[in-house]
Design a protein around this ligand. Sequence first.
Ligand code: ATP
Ligand code: MG
Length: 419
Amino acid sequence: MQPLRGTKDILPYEIIYWQDIYMKASAILSLHNYSEIRTPIIESTELFKRSIGEMTDIIHKEMYTFTDQSNRSITLRPEGTAGIARAFISNKLYQSNLQKFWYFGPMFRYERPQSGRQRQFHQLGIECIGSINPMADVEVIHLANKILNEFKLYDYILEINSIGNLEERQKYETDLIEYLSKYKKDLDQDSQKRLYSNPLRILDSKHIKTQEIVQYAPNLNKYLNKTSIEHFDLVCTYLNNLKINYKINYNLVRGLDYYNNTAFEIKTVCQNSQNTICGGGRYDTLIEQLGGPRTPAVGWAIGLERVLKIIDQRWQLAQKNTYIYIATQGLEAKKQVWSIVKNLENEKLRFELDLSNSNFQKQIQKASKIGAKFCMIIGEEEINNKKITIRILDEHKQYSVAYSQVKEEIHRLKNILSS
Ligand code: ATP
Ligand code: MG
């Protein structure tokens, strides 16, 4: 049996990186008053259609959708923001004026699997809900920057744009379609299909010929009104004040419909087509569109597989050591051993209890193999003399400790091991 195409097992030697990412992100985000939120992996299909947009790639061809036993259409979440907006409304979280959330979890998209592109992948994301202030945009970007630096990632570029509001975009789209129609037959096939349904996406086509055509297309920033321009200018000013490097990319649009004004992506400098590690922006109308009160918001999501691909060679994480091994022989020893287990638990010493019926020699070999420092031995002789034997594995020495002294001895070992 093989895992499903585009899915991967995360094995114990890799999980330490995931745990480290989780802890590092959690530490930074809680300092900034962000709280973790966990929403369901399944939601109604309608939620995604109404938020991400019918004409986007995600809705059009990437969703894992099924009908459940009650004939409801259910979708495995392809991203985190829609579920959080839904949770914000269902739980009436709008009663407090600002909510800051972060999340970490699996997302599902039916895409062509390749390096950095899976069908089940993981995102770390944040949402700052309730502020229209450009300071909020900059605070979330600052946090992406801080978190990536904490992951020891520095060689990336932040690209930013303003995609204005719906009205501005509609005017722009009309003109863009008019311009692109003239070159329709020269556009790549995907772009031809998108010409009337989602023309903005043509702007970030990777096709050389399409890119050449797009170069002379009307520019969205010329269609922005005063409020949108002021917002964008302030975002840029604050980024300058924070000394965050960025590049304005007037062709940057996002693949989801709910964004307005600020849109940004963080790309690594490597020449790889899966080099976007973070995407985000403002979504001031999403919550209202889903039936909640009008609430502006801004956020981003980092693709963790793409981050891990770059950083796992740089991280030297210490594997946790198992310090103590417990070897027993005979039924009486196996009855006695549990009080030792409890003492080790109390001292919070990492141990492994041998669960085989092998002889002592084999058990002690196993202890050395996993790198334990001490092996506690209980056999017939120990039972008869009410003691246990402790073997110092590196030194091939051993000594005995009376039952009554075991607790103190374990405490002493703990001190040796932690010094
Ligand atoms: P792309 O253009 O690469 O498909 P996207 O615009 O669809 O990305 P977003 O929806 O903005 O991606 O998701 C945010 C981040 O999540 C991306 O920048 C990327 O790092 C990661 N991501 C998205 N789709 C996948 C996937 N199928 N496998 C792994 N990571 C992904
Ligand atoms: Mg995509």
